[in-house]
Design a protein. Structure first.
Length: 250
């Protein structure tokens, strides 16, 4: 027969076992990233249609399965997300070196292998397209931008910051400015949602998208890079992009 003391020890041991993580679970690293708002970067932060998670969510789910590293999303506006990355509330973002003024990821950050390529344009309306064939053509002028986003040459034009890509298209429609800087698929999506006829002028930037990790997570980079290379080689990344009508040029 079990005594009162032995019963207590048994129950206490059982409780500890139930509350303890499974072997290896406590050691599994977790990375957090921002997935933006509903009015954000379609089709990357959200899908083209209801029920579609978006490119980033699908890529990170595939990367999590391949690498064994837990990757969790949060939702913030761009400016708050930039602050959260700098303070360590989130662990990585998605970065294109061509966006950066000095062409580096910035102090305290490391970069992963490329995931896919992206091109952003100076987007305008057809009657103004001919005015912007070179970067110098928009220097000194007000240009619609997203608060918290990087633009390598923003010291040479007047930023007019909006909180989302959708708001940026609406600003163009209301003629707040003649041009905005926006990725092509996102521009096409929001323009179609708001019945705006747009035209693509000069390419602003084009380059590979990488995960930009806070430096304290640099030890995870070899595992992440190996997983990214595998997902590229086996066609997973290409398949995800094609689900959103994106042809990758990497």
């Amino acid at each position: 027969m079990m005594t009162m003391n032995s019963r207590f020890v048994f129950l206490f041991t059982l409780l500890i076992a139930l509350l303890s993580p499974f072997p290896g679970q406590a050691d599994t690293p977790t990375l957090y990233y921002d997935l933006g708002l509903d009015s954000g970067w379609v089709p990357y932060q959200r899908g083209l249609e209801p029920g579609q998670p978006g490119v980033y969510a699908e890529l990170m789910d595939a990367l999590q399965q391949q690498s064994g590293i837990q990757i969790r999303e949060v939702h913030m506006p761009p400016k708050r997300a930039a602050l959260a990355l700098n303070t360590g509330l989130v662990d990585f973002d998605f970065n294109v070196l061509e966006w950066m003024e000095d062409g580096t990821p910035g102090e305290g950050f490391v970069l992963s292998e490329p995931l896919y390529s992206v091109t952003e344009y100076l987007v305008t309306t057809p009657e103004h397209q001919h005015k912007y064939s070179e970067h110098e053509d928009y220097y000194g002028k007000p240009i619609g931008t997203i608060a918290g986003y990087f633009y390598f040459d923003d010291a040479k034009f007047s930023r007019v910051d909006f909180l989302s890509e959708e708001a940026l298209i609406l600003g163009l429609k209301k003629q707040r400015f003649e041009a905005i800087i926006l990725e092509q698929h996102c521009a096409q999506y929001w323009a179609s949602q708001h019945q705006l006829d747009i035209a693509f002028a000069v390419v602003h930037t084009s380059g590979p998208v990488r995960m930009r990790l806070r430096e304290e997570h640099a030890d995870l980079l070899p595992v992440l890079n190996k997983a990214i290379i595998t997902l590229r080689k086996n066609g997973t990344i290409e398949k995800i992009l094609r689900n959103y009508n994106i042809e990758d040029s990497l």
